[in-house]
Write a protein that binds this ligand. Structure first.
Ligand SMILES: NC(=O)c1ccc[n+]([C@@H]2O[C@H](COP(=O)([O-])OP(=O)(O)OC[C@H]3O[C@@H](n4cnc5c(N)ncnc54)[C@H](OP(=O)(O)O)[C@@H]3O)[C@@H](O)[C@H]2O)c1
Length: 220
């Protein structure tokens, strides 16, 4: 499958490693340009591209940049992608440590992913946001393994969500349907499921136990 990855840091780099190893055709981008991605390209066989070209022909695009960088992404980011492209958003809002205060999230009460999809002008599927980057490399397990971790996946487009869940299964993780993007506060930072290394039962329970109130440490 053709996959575009925008952001080549902890998460984007490890998704590039795993998805190329699985045989996918991966284009990867960062902010500094393709010439700064030669080491990752040589390691993985991925194609380094400018961010504005990462989605070309892609059936899945992963947006995995710091939240504060989302408004800086090129306009027309999804131009040239497959008509039914699924866009994965791995983002989290860290107002105090990294992102600064984002009014749309704090004043309008948008979930982090709803805010992101408004910035990029395309629906997203929220996944991997509570997954340690290292776990993408180190914790995949075959289907049915009792130690297989589950990841929550939220999105409004059922077809896109199904495509993302199938990819995550291929990567070696179960998934739990966490509802739509307006429900995705259940998997934001500091919720019980965030960073949880459990299977379907534990993740389902943690999602149910989440509180909609934004914790003080995650307010700008
Ligand atoms: N680290 C984790 O374990 C983890 C886990 C789950 C979710 N997340 C979330 O996932 C997102 C990415 O996290 P991360 O840890 O992978 O970040 P990171 O290591 O800081 O990497 C960020 C990447 O985004 C790129 N980038 C920044 N601005 C860009 C722009 N305008 N256009 C294109 N690329 C741009 C950076 O490129 P340059 O280096 O060239 O600037 C870099 O490759 C964050 O929202 C984070 O909260 C992280």
């Amino acid at each position: 499958m053709k996959i575009g990855i925008i952001g080549a840091g902890n998460i984007g780099g490890n998704l590039t490693r795993r998805l190329t190893a699985l045989g996918h055709d991966v284009s990867v981008a960062n902010s500094r340009g393709p010439h700064t991605l030669t080491a990752l390209a040589e390691e993985t066989g991925a194609t380094p591209v400018p961010a504005g070209e990462a989605a070309r022909g892609a059936e899945i695009v992963v947006v995995t940049v710091p939240l504060k960088a989302v408004p800086d992404l090129p306009s027309g980011l999804l131009d040239g992608a497959a008509d039914d492209v699924a866009v994965i958003d791995t983002g989290n809002y860290y107002p105090r440590e990294r992102d600064g205060r984002i009014a749309g999230i704090e004043d309008e009460g948008l979930t982090e992913s709803r805010w992101t999809e408004r910035q990029i002008g395309h629906p997203v599927v929220k996944a991997f946001n509570g997954t340690y980057a290292q776990d993408i490399l180190e914790r995949p397990r075959p289907a049915g393994d009792p130690d297989r971790m589950a990841l929550p996946v939220a999105g409004d487009d059922e077809a896109a969500k199904a495509k993302v869940r199938a990819l995550i299964d291929e990567l070696g993780f179960d998934t739990v349907d966490a509802g739509g993007i307006d429900d995705s506060w259940r998997q934001q930072p500091d919720t019980p499921v965030y960073g949880l290394r459990e299977g379907v039962e534990g993740v389902t329970k943690a999602l149910a136990e989440a509180s909609p109130e934004r914790p003080a440490a995650f307010r700008g």
